[in-house]
Design a protein around this ligand. Structure first.
Ligand code: NAD
Length: 310
């Protein structure tokens, strides 16, 4: 692997991911970092022994590195990281460098950045590589990576080796932007399972069934899911779940609203009929605005839908 890695975006996910890379790559590897928030840069620069170098722009990261990885919130941020004249990644002389965007964004932004890269830097390569597994997966390096590339891509083994240091599952999804599509399909499904689990638990609990008994029945029956087991929306049932900690930590409901909306848009583009898309979006939009739910883990939909928490 090249010894000069660039990292842009050191938030909840980016910081632990970059830290794992730093710890797992050999001691000659240097990481060049940039975030618009100085505090975020200080956290990683302060923690190392001279192998992390702070940069003043995304372009400077790209100037210094052979592989550049970005992890920022939304499509607008990805555009800004790559396309801003003079300070963006594409303002650098990229030659044959590899660019990897791990953010969860809309496929059209990702394809637009990829096209701009191909036009301005024909020898460089841009990939979408979103992740699933949350902050805990980022910290423990157990993320699932969804690579927007074909099984025949010449950079595949390098990509797998690199992201394998931050995750335990890597899938090549077939071509550009299909990593993102896979991620959006997963979150659409997981968001609806959280609603269905919340509603079904609510029926049983209001009817007088002990929620523990009901959850155990789901677990050994056809309503079993990782949402039920590890992210149970009902407080007190899975001790490690955000619901049991006042819905703190986990995956913010605003991020789920974003991903759900992106999945609904993706469905429109390919003419996939969604019976539950509009309803689901309404619920995640409502919960994102509700003062009792805002800023909390997305499984707070149980509260939003009137679930009993006593
Ligand atoms: P975050 O808000 O904690 O971190 C994003 C970081 O990007 C911040 O430090 C911010 O300052 C920085 N940033 C924003 N614009 C920038 C720019 N133009 N240049 C440089 N830095 C910039 O978000 P996060 O939770 O780390 O999520 C990042 C992405 O990962 C999102 O797309 C999210 O949907 C996805 N994701 C998050 C989780 C999760 O559990 N948090 C799980 C899987 C995927």
């Amino acid at each position: 692997l090249p010894k000069r890695i660039g990292w842009i975006g050191l938030g909840l996910m980016g910081l632990p991911m970059a830290t794992n890379l730093l710890n797992k790559m050999d001691s000659e590897t240097q990481i060049f970092v940039y975030d618009i928030v100085q505090d975020a840069i200080d956290k990683i620069v302060g923690a190392d022994q001279g192998r992390v170098k702070a940069c003043f722009s995304s372009k400077e990261v790209a100037d210094q590195s052979d592989i550049i990885i970005s992890m920022v919130p939304e499509g607008s941020h990805v555009r800004s990281v790559y396309l801003t004249p003079e300070t963006g990644v594409l303002a650098s002389d990229l030659q044959s460098k590899i660019l990897i965007d791990c953010s969860t964004i809309d496929t059209s932004t990702s394809l637009a950045v990829r096209d701009a890269c191909a036009q301005q830097h024909p020898n460089a390569h841009f990939y979408d590589a979103p992740v699933s597994g949350g902050v805990i997966g980022a910290e423990k390096a157990t993320l699932t990576f969804m690579l927007g590339c074909a099984p025949t891509d010449p950079n595949l083994s390098l990509l797998k080796e690199l992201v394998g240091m931050m995750g335990s599952n890597v899938f090549e999804c077939g071509g550009a932007s299909l990593g993102l599509t896979a991620k959006l399909c997963n979150n659409y499904c997981s968001a609806l399972i959280a609603i269905a689990t919340s509603e079904a638990m609510n029926i049983g609990m209001r009817s007088g069934i002990d929620p523990r008994v009901l959850a155990n029945i789901f677990h050994t029956s056809t309503a079993q899911s990782s949402i039920l087991d590890d992210w149970c929306p009902v407080p007190g049932l899975s001790p490690e779940a955000p619901a049991s900690k006042g819905y703190r930590g986990g995956f913010r409901v605003q991020l789920m609203r974003k991903d759900f909306g992106l999945a609904v848009d993706a469905a429109k583009r390919v003419d996939a009929k969604l019976a539950l898309g509009a309803e689901g979006l309404k619920i995640y939009e409502g919960a994102s605005e509700d003062p009792r739910c805002k800023g909390l883990d997305s499984r707070v939909v149980f509260r939003y839908l009137g679930g009993r928490e006593d």
